[in-house]
Design a protein around this ligand. Sequence first.
Ligand code: EPU
Length: 336
Amino acid sequence: MMIQQGISLQEYNTFGIDAQCNTALFIESKDDVHNHRHALSKAIILGGGSNILLTKSQYDIVAINQISHIEICKENREDVIVSIGSGKNWHETVLWAIDHHLGGIENLSLIPGTVGAGPIQNIGAYGCELKDVLVGLDFYDFDLQAWRYMSVSDCHLGYRDSIFKHELKNKGFIGTVYLRLTKEGYHQVNTQYSALQSYLSEKNIDIPNIEEVSNAVIAVRQSKLPNWKELGNAGSFFKNPVIHCHQLQHLQEDYPKIPSYPIDTQTAKVPAAWLIQECGFKGVKRGAVGCYKYQPLVIVNHGGGSGEDVINLKNEIQIAVYDRFQIQLQPEVTIL
Ligand code: EPU
């Protein structure tokens, strides 16, 4: 394990915020986790730093997860179980799966961050979520001072949510993640999402294979979402709010075009992007930060923005959306 003192965290968070840390621990193995458990229990643990906002100028201990093995550990006729180090880059994992003709995560192509960050917010995109393929994971429990296996049901995965955001927040370290992926002949491609369908029909692809689905997702994402290497961001800044059907009906009287997706008989999800756009934030700039011009749900750092600048814009958006629609937007990004 490598330890560095007094480094900038700018290259370890996709927002590109320039905060300092006193001690950075580069975790390379599960043994490192056990051996440095006391420091880790006080540390901020970063994977790809792609779903966080650093709001302080100085942090004490930061752990950077670099545990990155990947292997098939069990094989059946129809599928395999893959064991993956939590520090491995997520998109590289998707490409590895496609290379090995393994299906199930192609719709999650190009999601930034690491494999270990996936279960924390149950990453999801284009009709698929991690919970569809997660079997379980090894969790280092700081109280037990030992590794324990957690099955997918133990993880309480919901929409951008898990036990790691609640009861187990700051209580441990996610090590190996186990995914169930399908073998050739058993893939179930999912192209329900209309943006994927339009892309595939433009290319005259009727029955896409997993690589074609991945390419479609990559193209759609690239057209809507900024590349953090060029424009700092952490993806969707807010969750899509779930509101009661009565409130939706009431809003539809004033805003007949409000989009919504039913969740159950009582509730519906409303796109935060639409609410933010209606309030006039698409493409706005507030100093060094702003809302992305093609997807206002993404707050971007044009360069030199601070965590405080982002918080000010977040507050401004929340107030505007609440004043207009009486909907309280909740951040999807973890604020540190
Ligand atoms: N919309 C607008 N204006 C825009 C963009 C979108 O009004 O500029 C409205 C439209 O009504 C559109 C709807 O928002 O139909 C949905 O837009 P989009 O398909 O872009 O998806 P999203 O709901 O904004 C979610 C996830 C994304 C994920 C996409 C695709 C959340 C918070 N975000 O965004 O995840 O990539 O669906 O599945 O659930 C992330 O979590 O960081 C992320 C990027």
